[in-house]
Ligand binder design. Structure first.
Ligand SMILES: Nc1ncnc2c1ncn2[C@@H]1O[C@H](COP(=O)(O)OP(=O)(O)OP(=O)(O)O)[C@@H](O)[C@H]1O
Length: 285
């Protein structure tokens, strides 16, 4: 049984146990409360979309799960066990792979070297790098995921942003991640490239991983997400599942529907021309 099969089986046998669980987690940077009382359950075989405006606390949340920052309050558990990561290595060793927007890929190195970066295959007895095997496996794995890169000797820096994201996702799946955290993977991409990346996000979910998809974009989130969490000023403003929310409601939530409502009220008193009508709001149909 492959690692992926094993995790897929675990996900199907214990669908209700979150693989990563935050309970009332908080993080303060001195006097700045970046996160307060954040609870979040990430389950295998699900895409959890974390949405929020600038400064909402998305990066802080990722950094805690990825082992870059320690939380100052609450409990973080992985597979039911309380954890406090003091390095990214500890998070990775717990099966959590994080793909940052600016990517943990080395732009001047070839595609296949990047695929194995930090996990190189060596030959016995002298521990020399087994370039031939790494090239072959990288080729097989990328092909298996339907990622077409004609020349694996090409430096990664010459690929498109979408291709780079796909390589990073394929690598996380191959090395047996249980949880994949994607930091705004579609933010810098056009529509077509975003579509390709969203397809691989779904593949990661279907391989049994728990995916955390950080995004500003409710349309991208709604295309693939099973679970939606909206952060506002460091707190959870919404935590819901797909069956309980429409795209229009999610978009409205992101655009600050209730804030717009009260602003509209205030403006009505000042100048009727400035009122935000429901049909003008983002997400209105
Ligand atoms: N190292 C830090 N020191 C002090 N304050 C910080 C630090 N990192 C983040 N903050 C503050 O914490 C809050 C949340 O920031 P965070 O970067 O987590 O938000 P974000 O949702 O990722 O925003 P963006 O989409 O702009 O990246 C902000 O008020 C920010 O200024």
């Amino acid at each position: 049984m492959t690692t992926t099969d094993k995790f897929a089986e675990e996900a199907s046998t214990s669908p209700n146990t979150p693989v990563v669980h935050l309970e009332e987690v908080g993080k303060s940077y001195g006097n700045v409360h970046a996160l307060r009382g954040v609870s979040l359950a990430v389950r295998q075989g699900e895409i959890t979309c974390v949405l929020g405006d600038n400064g909402a606390g998305k990066s802080t949340l990722i950094k805690i799960i990825a082992g870059l920052h320690e939380h100052t309050d609450g409990v973080l558990s992985v597979n039911g066990e309380e954890r406090r990561f003091s390095s990214p290595r500890e998070s990775l060793d717990s099966g959590i792979a994080t793909v940052y927007q600016d990517l943990a890929l080395a732009p001047l190195m070839s595609v296949w070297r990047n695929f194995f970066l930090g996990n190189e295959i060596t030959k016995r007895p002298f521990g020399r790098l087994d370039d031939r095997k790494m090239k072959r496996v990288a080729d097989e794995e990328l092909t298996k995921m339907g990622i077409s890169i004609p020349n694996l000797e090409q430096p990664v820096g010459m690929l498109s942003g979408g291709q780079r994201q796909c390589i990073a996702i394929a690598r996380a799946i191959y090395f047996g991640a249980k949880v994949l955290i994607l930091d705004e993977p579609t933010a810098a991409l056009g529509v077509k490239q975003s579509g390709v990346v969203l397809k691989y996000i779904v593949k990661a979910r279907d391989a049994g991983l728990g995916v955390v998809f950080i995004t500003h974009n409710p349309h991208h989130a709604y295309l693939v997400g099973n679970h939606f969490v909206v952060l506002k000023l460091g707190r959870v403003a919404l935590d819901t599942h797909r069956a309980d929310i429409t795209l229009a409601q999610l978009t409205n939530e992101m655009a600050g529907g209730s804030e717009l409502e009260s602003l509209s009220h205030e403006l009505r008193g000042i100048d009727p021309e400035l009122v935000v009508e429901p049909q003008d709001r983002p997400g209105a149909i």
